[in-house]
Design a protein around this ligand. Structure first.
Ligand code: GLU
Length: 417
């Protein structure tokens, strides 16, 4: 397999699907349907910048598959966004909603922009402009966006408000990850990391690893990274290294998650956190820790570094951090991977709870959200584990088998092919 093929995320997604389809002998017609997004919209979004000029941003919304329910998935604002990245992420959303068995399909959106260089006003106008362009294909029964890389609850609020203007009334269920005051759910803020924590807890039981004695490292210190650092520390594990896009820090005696978060808020990075040694992203990924938490972007573990990975568990809070070659190496070495669309499914699971609450206009407390999330993630973890035993495959392929079986059943029952 060429290196190029593993660097295009959509080719990676298709290759993973092909491999799983072979393992479970998926019907060729259904396989063909699932290799391609069902629908995609490409838009140009004009934005008046603060200096008076107009810039036109490219954006996308991919509706990958809605056999099991409305499409669901976040919107990324990223300077290196491409349609193939969005397609891959939309495919992974389809498997994600299926593996945790929530009645939704998969979709994803993206805008090519650098939010770090934009003012709040410019970001608001871009967010509203995106909805003006794609709003016609959104709705609680059609497609429901959410936050993702470099988007947040405030951006969701602007988008929900713009959608209200299109429809003539407020429709909170059109988008999730909203602030609580306007129909967000308790527990959505840290849901991705909390869901990942439940899967890590179960993986530790399986591997007979004591979480309280475990060390861990976090690559990427955005929403998922900050929360997993906090939650695993609260569970008794020791955080020894953290990195973000500007650099990383290491302290074998332990790093304080709250202090790191405060430092990042003040300085924009963890890189110069006091009382710790500097460490590069590349060094962090192969650090000798029990649990490695990639929580940033795609393509972190490749054939070049997978062999050097020393972690016992790789918990993929990021989407697509591991290439197919790296997967094979991990499997051979006995590194236990909690695959992305299982590990990070907590975000979309609480998003689903958010839509349910919006539609009922009745809201749950935090305890109920945690309880329901725990059940979904724990059930999904062991369903995947059972499939891994049955088919004698690695956890990623097992997660595919579980998810594809559910999507394929829906396609068959509806008579789509
Ligand atoms: N962006 C998150 C993900 O990749 C959440 C998606 C959602 O809540 O719809 O899973």
């Amino acid at each position: 397999m060429s290196q190029g093929s593993t660097q295009n995320p959509f080719q990676l997604a298709q290759e993973q699907l092909d491999r799983a389809a072979g393992i479970m002998k998926l019907d060729p017609g259904i396989h063909a349907v699932l290799r391609e997004p069902s629908r995609e919209l490409h838009v140009s979004i004009p934005v008046r910048m603060d200096d008076g000029s107009v810039r036109v941003f490219k954006g996308f919304r991919v509706q990958y598959n809605d056999a099991r329910g409305p499409c669901k998935g976040g919107i990324r604002f990223h300077p290196e966004e491409t349609i193939d990245t969005v397609r891959a992420l939309a495919a992974w959303m389809t498997w994600k909603t299926a593996v945790v068995n929530i009645p939704l399909g998969g979709g994803k959106g993206g805008v090519i922009c650098n939010p770090k260089e934009m003012s709040p006003g410019e970001l608001e106008r871009l967010s509203r402009g995106y909805i003006d362009q794609v709003g016609r294909i959104l709705g609680p029964e059609k497609d429901i966006p959410a936050p993702d890389v470099y988007t947040n609850p405030q951006i969701m609020a602007w988008m929900a408000d713009e959608y209200a203007k299109l429809r003539g009334h407020y429709v909170p269920g059109v988008i999730t990850g909203k602030p609580i005051e306007i129909g967000g759910s308790e527990g959505r803020g840290d849901a991705t990391a909390r869901g990942a924590y439940y899967t890590i807890r179960e993986a530790c039981k399986k591997l007979k690893l004591d979480l309280k004695q475990a060390t861990f490292a976090v690559q990427g210190f955005g929403n998922a990274g900050q929360h997993i650092a906090t939650i695993l520390s609260e569970a008794g594990a020791r955080l020894v290294a953290v990195s973000d896009s500007k650099g990383g820090v290491l302290n074998r005696d332990g790093l304080d998650a709250a202090a790191l978060i405060a430092h990042k808020r003040q300085t924009g990075t963890v890189a110069d956190f006091p009382g710790a040694d500097k460490i590069s992203n590349e060094e962090l990924l192969v650090l000798d820790v029990d649990i490695m938490c990639p929580s940033a972007l795609e393509n972190q573990f490749t054939h070049e570094n997978a062999d050097q990975v020393k972690a016992k568990i790789v918990a993929e809070l990021a989407n697509g951090p591991t290439t197919l070659e790296a997967d094979e190496i991990f499997h051979r070495k006995g590194v236990f991977v909690i695959p992305d669309f299982l590990c990070n499914a907590g975000g979309v699971t609480v998003s689903y709870f958010e839509v349910v609450q919006n539609l009922y206009n009745f809201y749950w407390d935090l305890q109920k959200v945690h309880q329901m999330l725990d059940r979904k993630m724990t059930d999904a973890f062991w369903a995947v584990d059972q499939a891994a035993e049955k088919y004698r495959v690695d956890p990623r392929m097992a997660a595919y088998v579980v998810a594809l079986d559910r999507v394929a059943n829906a396609i068959r029952l509806r008579g789509i092919v």
